[in-house]
Ligand binder design. Structure first.
Ligand code: SAH
Ligand code: SF4
Ligand code: F3S
Length: 489
């Protein structure tokens, strides 16, 4: 086989060493622009994006779609018709990565039927040195690899890939800048995501994100507030503020003392019915945040508060910077300040060396908190992270069994959390018809409970009152209460 050469002017692979450093002092704020020469490179062509991973990635895909549409590309639901096919990938666990490698194999024949198609990989996997090396060696069908810090440069990379017909690989390992004004093609017209910060400086020992997303950088409060106002003006009913650790918002500002609590306080006064945020690291949850959330209004009675483990030794080895007791105290404070608050979490089982006793601490904590939902995971070693070096003597069978036992408690929590709304009147933001029945509408309550009820599609995009008639584990059933004019909290 002929040697594959890359003469492209864009050929920069990621470096783990560089991704670990946090040496840059200042983060620049750039404004997105597209060169006129590229204005219609997508004219008459289609694009298709597949997104894996968290909300951050979902929202990045909205930016990628926005850029592609600005270049003239039109979205297609049929991947076989795509002239540009983007896989926006996630690196959080091994199975997430394996799915993408599987997809690459499955998509290979498309390059035979349409040799001009550009197959692009971006997202967190492309920030990993080992992954990029593997793709370069084994997946010749990939034409373009770009990272999480340089999405805004996509027009140039596409242009280069199209004219040079060579592979374009451009991944920046150091933290990126903040890019404002990225065009967005939002997937939903009722609720939208708003980035408040990028990156993560927590370095939990199991986690790849600080390496794939770089240093913590907060957007300016005015930029966040303006984006929320713009969405409100367009009729959006809900925004979710995004960050790997929103509680660290503002800590990187050099010119002002301004934290997440201050931001919530300002957003609270805006004319948007609902504000949510994800994710909160328990360590940085402060009094101002709690006191502000307690004012409710457009701030929902719902907190996603990842705990990861209920055992102090494991928490320490995870570098989580809180103890079981300080976490439980935070939960008590939240419950006191915000009566009826719904708390959900993330938990990892089978962290290297986790004993049965230590796992029992996680089970007892889950019961004590009374989580109303959780994402539960089996630990997956990530190359380059400290935990991947720790001795792991927990067998796969044991890890699976722990996950099963934990999920029994968590599923009961989902049901209990729904049961408490039996016969109650709740506010539902209606998103659209339910999956299985066009005459049934679906939406979420302030506490983030899924409700299904019979109604006319005219209620889509509105906040309505629903009387709950039946509580199941995964959703509530109810009846629309007509003419309920007061929908305030
Ligand atoms: N920034 C968020 C979550 C990021 S990843 C936060 O800290 O809250 C989402 C979840 O994936 C984490 O909360 C954790 O439970 C899980 N996770 C992260 N790395 C993992 C790994 N190596 N193996 C298994 N689960 C992992
Ligand atoms: Fe990963 Fe921890 Fe950062 Fe969350 S806070 S993204 S788990 S390093
Ligand atoms: Fe995955 Fe990256 Fe999000 S690793 S969970 S897509 S930040």
């Amino acid at each position: 086989m002929a040697e594959v050469k890359d003469y492209s002017k864009y050929f920069n692979k990621p470096s783990l060493k560089e991704a670990k450093s946090r040496k840059r002092l200042n983060v620049n704020i750039e404004t997105f622009t597209t060169a006129k020469s590229m204005a219609d490179i997508g004219k008459g062509k289609n694009y298709h994006i597949k997104t894996y991973g968290c909300q951050m990635n979902e929202h990045d895909s909205e930016g990628i779609a926005g850029i592609l549409e600005q270049l003239g590309y039109v979205v297609t639901a049929d991947e076989t018709l795509a002239d540009v096919l983007v896989l926006n990938t996630c690196a959080i666990r091994e199975n997430a990565e394996n799915r993408v490698f599987g997809e690459l194999g499955r998509l290979k024949p498309l390059k035979v039927t349409n040799p001009d198609m550009i197959l692009a990989i971006c997202g967190c996997m492309s920030q990993e040195e080992a992954v990029v090396n593997k793709i370069l060696k084994k997946y010749q069908q990939v034409d373009l690899i770009f990272g999480t810090h340089n999405i805004h440069r996509l027009p140039e990379y596409l242009h280069e890939a199209l004219i040079s017909k060579e592979r374009v690989v451009e991944v920046w390992s150091g933290e990126g800048d903040i890019v404002e004004n990225l065009p967005r093609r939002r997937a939903n017209s009722v609720k939208g995501w708003v980035n408040i910060m990028y990156g993560c400086d927590e370095f939990c020992t199991y986690c790849i994100v600080p390496y794939t997303r770089g240093k913590e950088r907060s957007r300016m409060p005015a930029d966040v507030i303006n984006e929320v106002k713009e969405l409100a003006a367009k009729g959006y009913q809900e925004v979710t503020l995004l960050g790997q650790n929103v509680n660290a918002y503002g800590k990187d500002f050099k010119d002002r003392d301004y934290t997440f609590g201050n931001l919530l306080e300002e957003l609270r006064h805006l004319d948007i019915p609902r504000i949510r945020f994800t994710t909160s690291h328990p360590h940085d949850f402060d009094e101002l945040m709690i006191a502000t959330l307690a004012k409710k209004g457009n701030l929902m009675e719902y907190v996603h508060l990842p705990v990861q483990s209920g055992n102090d030794t494991i928490l320490k080895r995870m570098n989580r910077r809180y103890t079981r007791e300080s976490y439980l105290q935070l939960v008590r404070d939240l419950k006191t300040a915000i009566p009826g608050v719904s708390i959900t979490t993330d938990i990892i089982v089978g962290f290297p060396g986790e004993t049965e006793e230590q796992f029992q601490d996680t089970l007892s904590l889950a019961k004590e908190v009374g989580y109303e939902g959780a994402y539960t995971f089996i630990y997956s070693p990530r190359e380059g992270t400290p935990a991947a070096q720790m001795e792991d003597d927990v067998t796969e069978a044991e890890k699976k069994d722990r996950l099963r036992r934990l999920n029994e408690i968590i599923n009961k929590g989902y049901l209990d959390g729904n049961m408490r709304f039996q016969d109650q009147l709740v506010e539902v933001l209606v998103e659209g018809p339910s999956k299985n029945d066009e005459t049934v509408m679906s939406g979420y309550t302030r506490h983030q409970k899924l409700v299904n009820f019979k109604a006319d599609p005219a209620v889509i995009g509105k906040i309505v009152q629903v009387k709950i008639t039946e509580a199941k584990t995964w959703h509530l059933f109810g009846e629309l209460v007509e003419n309920a004019s007061d929908t305030s909290a």
